[in-house]
Design a protein around this ligand. Sequence first.
Ligand code: ATP
Ligand code: MG
Length: 412
Amino acid sequence: MNDILPEHSDLWAFFEETVQDWLRSYGYRCIRMPIVEQTALFKRAIGEVTDIVEKEMYTFTDALNGESLTLRPEGTASCVRAAIQHNLLYNAPQRLYYTGPMFRHERPQKGRYRQFHQIGVESLGFAGPDMDAEHIIMTARLWRRLGLPDIELQINTLGSSEDRARHRARLVHHLEQHVDLLDEEARRRMHTNPLRVLDSKNPALQEMIEAAPKLLDDLDEASLKHFEDLQVMLREAGVEHRINPRLVRGLDYYNFTVFEWVTTRLGAQGTVCAGGRYDGLVEQIGGKPAPACGFAMGVERLLALLEEYAFQAPQIPVDAYLVHQGGAADKFAMVVAEQLRDQGLHVILHCGGGSFKSQMKKADASGARFALIIGDDEAAVGEVSIKPLRDLADQLRMTVEAAACLIGAGAK
Ligand code: ATP
Ligand code: MG
């Protein structure tokens, strides 16, 4: 779990503002859910036989009533729970987003943390492939807006539950034939959740996984059409993609479309955004059946990618640093600082005393464009001395209004 220090927080702020603006431009509205939920929600939504539920959740017992609670490992379950609880789907579909920390008890490494942040997007109540396409096309736009090239889009379809039942039989047969190869986890999952075995990261299994029967070959006509329609829409929008028949995603609730955006620039943790369709989930956690799809981006990984491309966050400069010394000057400086902020300027008022010389050093180090200097002389006539810090111009004396004008003109 990381501290985000001021040297990084400008990049975070830039990213969050860009993302918010982008989401609003597609008509998505923010929803904020609590960070703690009942454990049963995640077991039910994500699935018992998944990495997250089996080994990654921070679960604890509420000392007051013995209830089992969990720090959210992802946002979809909470978002759907909230939509059901507040009847958001009563009359209209919903385009929702959320941002915030998620918690998974994983082995920490570059791009993989125990508290990390996601931007999540969920569209509830939309059945057609047009919404799957919207999600993918909008993420492609975000990469363009952030100036991130070379993120590969991989897509796949998991078909309907009937398709998967047909496929399951063939897959279990294949796994049984290679049972000697399987690791303990794969053996355990072979009968409870065989599709999940294909998601294994164990290198020793990759060849067997490569040779396994493909779900694509077990799809019925309607499932194939959903997938093909999506691909046509992506092509029309000029979004390149690769079909990855091995893409199954780590959560149980998906059906039809799944996708990941993957970069080769971040080592092993290259997936920066992942999602898909989960038509069964709303009903599964107690709502009236409603189709749904969504995706989540890993903020830390995207910021690491921005840094990889040497992206510099735009700085919001300090306009003026107020230096002051003397009883009357100290009081007047505080008034002046507020007057300048009334004009929309960013002002640091020196605090803690010290000589003019040492205060000027701090002014310079603050990155401010101007130092405003107030001694008792200036205070007596209600004026300030102003010195540009970023060029060699002289110090001038003027009224506060004139100083505000001069500083404000440069800020625009
Ligand atoms: P992985 O296969 O890398 O474990 P996942 O399938 O568990 O990923 P999702 O649940 O789909 O990940 O989460 C969506 C995105 O959130 C991921 O693509 C990734 O960018 C980010 N993410 C997931 N887990 C972590 C983590 N522990 N630390 C940082 N980012 C993460
Ligand atoms: Mg994971």
